[in-house]
Design a protein around this ligand. Structure first.
Ligand code: ADP
Ligand code: MG
Length: 699
């Protein structure tokens, strides 16, 4: 008998453009967020959920609820308090609520006449005149028409420009329609599945994309539903395997053994204006003994902001130089690369070691000259951005690659570096530095391919940053404090809230904050940086700040990573209650770099939940990054949105290393089983979760 339908192409090979209504343009947009196949779409998982399956009486709302309400406009008026706003009062017989708009058009205002019926969705918060919703989604509805609410909980997806939530939901709907028995392989070894009683893959996917109205939304938003845990397990497994494969490959590779050969390192140490701390010495000894081996070092140095990782990296670079080989230092931004280059020059130039700086900005003749010196080996230590590893850059003999701020690069780029440095069948040693300190058990999972050194001591003589926690209604005091600091010749940062969901609203908010601070502080030169600005402009503003031409730098969290402006001694962080503790700690590390007493003001929006209060108190009470992350892990309650996922340990879609840590032992076992068995399953699993699985497939 012949089959009645042609065998279908498996979903991991079907391009998204094979779906109805998905043309090449949309295909390209989706590819930007890594969605190329129908399988990719199915594994594009919601970030959280909203309940729009029913209309909730206004009178029953509590602060923090995200709900659909329906009611009649009583009054709509524009008020001028601190900020111009359109306020609209809505009533449904059970209660009254205020809708607050900071951005609105005249037409929008005109349409909100008394008696208009609206259906709204948004988050309820306490306002000056009772409960309110800021910028609700809303539409007009006719009286009496029971216009439908949603049939399942609403998944909120990560999106990209050009693909809105609604579109994303429609797309996952199309993909789900293609999902049928056996169209996706379950790569988890069957005995593992049985022993942990996890739901089947297809059922889990259907559930997470379209949870039924009776689903436990709190459980889902906490990421603890069995369907999510099923997927998290697979994701953690894929990452674990990919990291172990990397490590296995490295352990088979050859490297130049870099034993001590001359007294370069000793001379460098003797020339430093300080002595290494005990923790720096320990890290250096660990690195030193790795470098002597015939296989590439794969080591991570973890150390709090300001713990002095750079100088340790410089010593390692000198070991390469002692052997007539080269070292390359890669930083995530041009600004940081320049900063490192200055440090390295200061330490190495007196020793007669040539240091080169290569960023995207270096062009023309200068670039060609540097390329020649790299290829010929005249430049022994090069510092740069990823430009260092682009085509056209050749090294004579690259024996050591140093990567600063690991999470901005990720495993893939490190693999690229490894290939780039290959000479005569030997691979460079790798040293990775990160300022995100995490406890050892977690590190072993997140960095399964790396050995870890810890610098858990700050150099002596630092004045600790004084941290205060203040409600947003004391903002004016804070602004006058900035005024005083800047008049006294000091500089300050103002970090803008992360509350807006879209990148464009976020940068708009930053712009408004900068404008209102500039208006309130006429004698202060205010600069602005945010993620949407072109790199060159961003760096220009940062540079003026560095050079003291800007007094107050308003920024989104782009300043998080290692910029050193010793004269900046005050930092204000808005909506601190919404941010992860580790992230706040990193931000705070931008001040307290000079000798003057520095302070950090954490502004929060009242009222503060007891948990949020306790979390912010951690920052007030300690300046120790390890302590901060330890307490952070302890305190993270369910439903916490910002956590490890945002600190960039790993790019995880559904798993969370902390929340799902109980899965880790089984993940480790399953990883061992699969690696032992080998075969094509591994490549397929990695392609599903890690992307570009083929690269790891060479087992
Ligand atoms: P991070 O670990 O955040 O990268 P850096 O390497 O930038 O820290 O070091 C911060 C500052 O401390 C630099 O100015 C550096 O020269 C200085 N420093 C490093 N080690 C010591 C030390 N042992 N004693 C005093 N100052 C040090
Ligand atoms: Mg650093």
């Amino acid at each position: 008998m012949r089959p009645t339908t042609a065998p279908r192409t498996p979903l991991d090979e079907r391009p998204v453009t094979s779906l109805r209504g998905v043309g090449p343009a949309l295909g390209e947009t989706l590819a930007r967020i890594g969605v190329r196949t129908v399988q990719d779409l199915l594994f594009h998982l919601p970030l959280r959920y909203e309940d729009r399956t029913r209309v909730v009486p206004i009178g029953s709302l509590r602060p923090g609820d995200r709900a659909v309400i329906e009611g009649e406009v009583q009054l709509a008026e524009v008020v001028f308090r601190r900020r111009r706003a359109l306020l609209c009062r809505l009533a449904d017989g059970s209660g009254l609520i205020t809708l607050r708009f900071f951005h609105f058009s005249a037409a929008q205002q005109a349409a909100l006449t008394r008696g208009t019926r609206l259906r709204c969705f948004g988050e309820v918060r306490p306002g000056p005149g009772g409960p309110e919703i800021v910028h609700p989604e809303y539409r007009r509805v006719a009286e009496g028409t029971a216009s439908p609410v949603d049939e399942c909980l609403t998944p909120i997806y990560p999106t990209t420009e050009g693909v809105q939530q609604g579109r994303m939901r429609a797309l996952t709907g199309l993909a789900l329609a293609e999902l049928h028995d056996g169209s996706l392989k379950d790569w988890i070894p069957p005995d593992v599945l049985v022993s942990s009683r996890m739901p089947a893959l297809e059922a889990a996917l259907r559930y997470v994309h379209r949870p039924p109205p009776n689903a436990d939304i709190e459980l889902l938003n906490a990421g603890r539903h069995p369907a999510q845990r099923r997927l998290a397990f697979e994701e953690l497994l894929a990452h674990q395997i990919s990291l172990r494969l990397l490590r296995q490959a490295a352990d088979r590779d050859d490297a130049w053994p870099l034993t001590a050969r001359t007294d370069l390192v000793g001379r460098c140490l003797a020339g430093l204006p300080f002595q290494l701390t005990g923790a720096q010495q320990r890290a250096w000894r660990e690195i030193e003994s790795d470098l002597e081996r015939e296989h590439p070092m794969m080591r991570l140095v973890q150390g709090d902001v300001g713990s002095g990782k750079t100088v340790v990296a410089a010593l390692a670079a000198l070991r390469a130089v002692e052997h007539g080989a080269q070292a390359a230092v890669m930083a995530p931004t041009e600004l940081l690369a320049e900063q490192h280059a200055r440090n390295f020059l200061g330490w190495l130039d007196p020793l007669g070691v040539r240091v080169g700086l290569l960023t995207g900005r270096l062009t023309g003749k200068a670039r060609n000259a540097l390329n020649e010196d790299l290829a010929g080996g005249a430049v022994q230590v090069s510092v740069g951005t990823h430009a260092l590893f682009q085509e056209g850059v050749q090294f004579a003999r690259l024996a050591l690659v140093i990567v600063d701020e690991q999470h901005r690069f990720g495993v893939h780029q490190r693999m690229q570096l490894r290939e780039k440095g290959r000479t005569d069948g030997r691979y460079p040693h790798q040293l990775v530095m990160t300022a995100t300190p995490i406890p050892r058990t977690l590190a072993m999972t997140a960095y399964a391919d790396l050995d870890v050194s810890v610098i858990d001591e700050l150099p002596p003589g630092r004045t600790p940053v004084r941290t205060v926690v203040l409600p947003d209604n004391r903002r004016d005091e804070v602004v006058s404090r900035i005024d005083a600091a800047c008049r006294a010749g000091r500089q300050a940062y103002w970090v803008c809230p992360l509350i807006e969901e879209s990148e464009s609203l976020r940068h708009q908010a930053a712009e408004e904050t900068a404008a209102s601070l500039a208006a309130a502080l006429p004698d202060v030169r205010v600069g602005l940086v945010h993620g949407r600005m072109p790199g060159a402009r961003k760096d220009a503003v940062m540079n003026s700040f560095k050079q003291g031409q800007v007094d107050l730098l308003v920024a989104t969290t782009v300043i998080e990573v290692g910029v050193d402006v010793p004269n900046a001694s005050l930092m204000v962080i808005e909506n601190a209650e919404r941010m992860g503790l580790s992230q706040l700690h990193q931000l705070r590390g931008r001040v307290g770099r000079g000798s003057v007493e520095s302070s950090c003001v954490l502004l929060y929006q009242s009222p503060l939940s007891p948990l949020a209060r306790e979390r912010l108190a951690v920052l007030r009470d300690t300046n120790d990054g390890f302590e901060v992350s330890r307490r952070d892990l302890e305190l993270r309650g369910p439903g916490e949105l910002l956590g490890t996922r945002q600190t960039g340990l790993m790019q995880l879609k559904v798993a969370d290393l902390v929340r799902d840590s109980d899965l880790l032992p089984d993940v480790q076992k399953a990883a061992a089983l699969m690696l032992e068995a080998g075969g094509a399953n591994i490549a397929s699993l990695l392609r599903r979760w890690v992307g570009d699985g083929e690269r790891f497939g060479k087992v």
